[in-house]
Design a protein around this ligand. Structure first.
Ligand code: ARG
Length: 460
């Protein structure tokens, strides 16, 4: 079958070239956007008198039927059509004859794909955003129920200071809130229609770019036609945002994996969201969290792949850019597969408060509070730090904790110690007194939850 561009060729392309060149197997995913873009373009051509109104109407009607056929799985895609743009245009011409051949007036596949891709990604960003908001809401729910679930917080994976599970959940909620706003920024920047950039130098027809942009719900139009067809920043930016999001999910996954190990046992995952071993009968594995951690690698890979494709391309369009799609689709599919399962995994986990508390009680995480106790009695912090450091050292040597150390031993270390030290170093006090904004004290975490809930409400 003759190609739409076969006019200046004497020979058919080699079959292997057709296979290499065709993007249809993956860009047919853009069919809705391709039809929507063509409908808007055809209407604009009719409105501006560039084609007859009757032809525009015939094109729009036939595109509607083609869309319905593709939706219903009744459209036969042929590799010979090369890409989704030509597949739809060729079918249009089969259906409405000459009117179909006029659709591509004042348009190039270069601005057509740039338009389709932006339209598609805008829709996908909204879908990712909804899933992210659901995850953040689940975190706020868990936090609300665990304001007093004391656990150790870590630095260097060494028990450091007292915190709560609620405080932890809200840390992740804040990370994910940034992911939402990053996606929104990305959406806003990509929200410009490139249609009308033509192949690269605009067009001599009296088109109305703004009208097309309005019909397609863009907030405006791109300002330079060379840039309009060459730019893939929006896809790279989205991949960066998705990479950061996956990095967050991966860090969270790592904690989940640690927390459900026998060494921690802070949580237990529901059977529904765990897997077993084919040989070890006792195993219950956190595969969901491990897969999310693992899939982070492929999303980073998608980002680096596209950055590398674009890095030395001269303006304007180069066929290299056809490589932009599969990685972005892969990253979106990956994120969209991970988010709902991750949310459900968290919503169904059992929290072992007793084990968390036990871990909090065993790691000298109240040592800072013990030093602060001396500071409040007048000792400079550095001196207090040294006194308590020695006490911890003695406790380790004698198998005691700061809670079980006798008052005499305290007094021997510093005469400033008195019976009220036990209350000052209790975990409950340690959490309750950390009420500076952002801290783990229940009221401080409640403020964090309200802020996140307000954000969720404003984001509806
Ligand atoms: N399938 C192509 C792509 O995805 C469409 C643009 C083709 N443009 C061209 N000048 N060959 O990049």
């Amino acid at each position: 079958m003759a190609k739409l561009w076969s006019g200046r060729f004497d020979e058919d392309t080699d079959r292997l070239v057709d296979e290499l060149n065709a993007s249809l197997p993956f860009d047919k995913r853009l069919y809705r956007e391709d039809v929507a873009g063509s409908v808007a373009h055809a209407e604009m051509l009719g409105d501006c008198g560039i084609i007859e109104q009757s032809e525009a109407s015939a094109i729009v009607a036939a595109l509607g039927e083609i869309l319905a056929d593709i939706d219903a799985g009744k459209f036969e895609f042929s590799l010979a059509d090369e890409d989704i743009h030509m597949a739809i245009e060729a079918e249009l011409t089969r259906r409405v004859g000459d009117a179909g051949k006029r659709l591509h007036t004042a348009r190039s596949r270069n601005d057509q794909i740039a338009l389709d891709f932006r339209l598609y990604l805008k829709r996908e960003i909204s879908a990712v955003r909804s899933n992210l908001l659901a995850l953040i809401s689940a975190l706020a729910d868990i936090a609300e129920k665990n304001l007093d679930a004391i656990m150790p917080a870590y630095t260097h994976l060494q028990r450091a200071q007292p915190s709560t599970l609620a405080h932890y959940m809200m840390a992740y909620a804040n990370m994910l809130r940034r992911d939402v706003t990053r996606l929104e920024d990305c959406f806003d920047r990509m929200d410009l229609s490139p249609l009308g950039s033509g192949a690269l130098a605009g067009t001599t027809y009296p088109i109305d770019r703004k009208k097309v942009a309005d019909k397609l719900d863009f907030s405006g139009i791109t300002e330079n036609s060379l840039d309009g067809v060459s730019d893939r920043d929006y896809a790279i930016e989205l991949l960066s945002d998705l990479s950061i999001l996956m990095m967050h999910l991966s860090r969270f996954s790592e904690e989940i994996i640690l927390w459900c190990s026998w060494e921690f046992k802070f949580i237990e995952l529901a059977d529904k969201y765990s897997t077993g071993s084919s040989i070890m009968p006792q195993k219950k594995n956190p595969d969901v969290a491990e897969l999310v951690r693992g899939k982070t690698g492929r999303v980073y890979g998608d980002l680096v792949a596209l950055l590398t494709v674009m890095k030395a391309l001269p303006l304007a369009y180069n066929k290299d850019m056809q490589e932009d799609k599969e990685g972005v689709f892969d990253a979106l599919d990956t994120v969209q597969k991970c988010l709902p399962v991750f949310t459900a995994m968290l919503q169904t986990m059992t929290i072992r408060r007793d084990n968390m508390r036990k871990a909090a009680a065993e790691g000298f995480i109240n040592a800072t509070d013990c030093a602060d106790y001396l500071v409040k009695k007048g000792l400079p912090f550095r001196d207090a730090y040294t006194v308590v450091g020695k006490l911890v050292n003695d406790c380790i040597a004698t198998g005691k904790t700061l809670e079980t150390l006798a008052l005499d031993d305290y007094k021997a270390a510093s005469p400033l110690f008195d019976t009220d030290v036990y209350d000052a170093i209790s975990l409950e006090t340690g959490v309750a007194e950390r009420k500076s904004p952002g801290g783990p004290a229940p009221d401080a975490v409640k403020a964090q939850i309200s802020s996140i809930r307000k954000f969720l409400e404003d984001s509806q």
